[in-house]
Design a protein around this ligand. Structure first.
Ligand code: SF4
Length: 179
């Protein structure tokens, strides 16, 4: 489905939530909400997202923290594929020191999916380009800031389970409609 349509749907969901009291919840990458869970201990605060979704209950989730990784932590990238390949066991997630952290990423993805199901989330808003949360683009495993099309491990698992995933860039692409 076209992502703009998804976003328009979200706006309608927001209205439904307001007018009818329909139970709606959106799972969001915790770092986008200003929580300091990024690898370097900072965040990816996007105030316009909160403004847009202010009437909707948000469920902040950090898959890498849920997977047992510390804050701060060594940056990680997917080597040899993308998130779906990690799930299938044909690619790995490694940190910049060369340590295999695939198990942490898979655990974080499974726990995020469990939370999404438990809270019956209506949609998921994830931080693009992350090896966990990226939904359109991720880094290519070279640790040289090279992007490639693909999804991170959590985004891939959520998509594979039929959950609508979009990212902060989708908001920008709507021409500021939600800014
Ligand atoms: S795993 Fe996701 S929520 Fe956690 S810091 Fe990375 S992008 Fe943000």
């Amino acid at each position: 489905m076209n992502k703009v349509i998804i976003l328009l749907s979200l706006k309608r969901l927001s209205l439904l939530n307001l007018c009818l009291g329909v139970d709606i919840i959106i799972l969001v990458s915790a770092c986008l909400l200003g929580i300091n869970c990024k690898y370097d201990g900072s965040n990816n605060w996007r105030p316009h997202l909160l403004k847009t979704l202010e009437k909707i209950p948000l469920l902040p989730v950090c898959p890498e923290k849920l997977g047992g990784l510390p804050i701060p932590r060594c940056p990680c990238e997917i080597a040899g594929g993308q998130g779906s390949d990690v799930i299938e066991g044909i690619a790995k997630v490694i940190n910049k020191e060369g340590k295999d952290v695939t198990g942490n990423f898979l655990l974080g993805a499974e726990r995020s999916l469990k939370l999404a199901k438990k809270h019956h989330v209506s949609a998921v808003l994830l931080k693009n380009r992350s090896p966990s949360c990226g939904s359109d683009y991720i880094y290519d495993g070279s640790f040289k800031s090279c992007l490639m099309p693909g999804a991170g491990v959590t985004a891939a698992l959520l998509k594979a389970n039929g959950i609508m995933v979009f990212n902060e860039d989708d908001f920008q692409r709507t021409g500021g409609m939600y800014l």
